[in-house]
Design a binder for this molecule. Sequence first.
Ligand code: ADP
Ligand code: CDP
Length: 249
Amino acid sequence: MFVTVETAAPAAVIVAIDGPSGTGKSSTSKAVAAKLALSYLDTGAQYRAITWWMLSNGVDIQDPTAIATAAGKPAIVSGTDPAAPTITVDGQDAAGPIRTKEVTSAVSAVSAVPEVRSLITDLQRTIAGSAERGIVVEGRDIGTTVLPDADLKIFLTASPEARAARRSGELKGKEASDLAATREALIKRDAADSSRKTSPLAKADDAVEVDTTELTLEQVIECVVTLIEAKIAEKAGPAATAEAGQVAP
Ligand SMILES: Nc1ncnc2c1ncn2[C@@H]1O[C@H](COP(=O)(O)OP(=O)(O)O)[C@@H](O)[C@H]1O
Ligand SMILES: Nc1ccn([C@@H]2O[C@H](COP(=O)(O)OP(=O)(O)O)[C@@H](O)[C@H]2O)c(=O)n1
């Protein structure tokens, strides 16, 4: 006699994608999350959002004490649909304002303040913990600090030249033509993010490193999808074996 086994829904898969600016974290994470019906969280957008609030509210971003005192004031809410990620600050759509040059220049100083990191890290863990099917979380310290038990950790890299060319391609007019300035700004931000005391940009020991310099975005997406699918199959374990729905008595 054979009995039918109801296989439980696959356990949520947690994926951490870290790396410096312009390596393809956002584009890759959004695309793989959409393909695999997972949630998506852009943690850089959260640090940008709190930075925008600080700038808009006259907080001196050279003063870590002032930043720490104000850190708990704004309410930052992230929407995790990879097809339409959102970010609001005190109920106001912040998607546009967080991408300005002013915010980009100020974000490393704000994100280095431990009180800011502690608040945003708690928020990130809550979001990741409530993603039913799982989530792709991208940032700088996800694999090392925010989600050290993630099922899969990926660290994306690319040469500074490739990263600057990609970033420059997103800018318009005069800014786009100034490749050298883009490269310098990017290297400066990497250095600040990598050298701060509290959870710097770093590759976790157990992360898979993918150098995207010579890869197209499609190739990177395919590579990451393959890694996640393998992890999902591994997590399913014996349940996958019962996939046919039949076991001997
Ligand atoms: N492998 C790649 N080859 C070429 N362009 C890429 C690649 N990956 C990403 N891009 C482009 O580079 C820019 C930066 O990518 P993004 O995903 O925002 O990087 P990050 O989130 O790491 O800063 C985007 O315009 C994106 O389309
Ligand atoms: N997990 C994270 C994500 C971003 N950040 C900070 O937020 C900034 C903006 O992140 P981002 O991902 O939007 O940056 P881009 O590389 O996309 O320009 C970074 O330069 C870091 O200072 C961080 O400290 N930790």
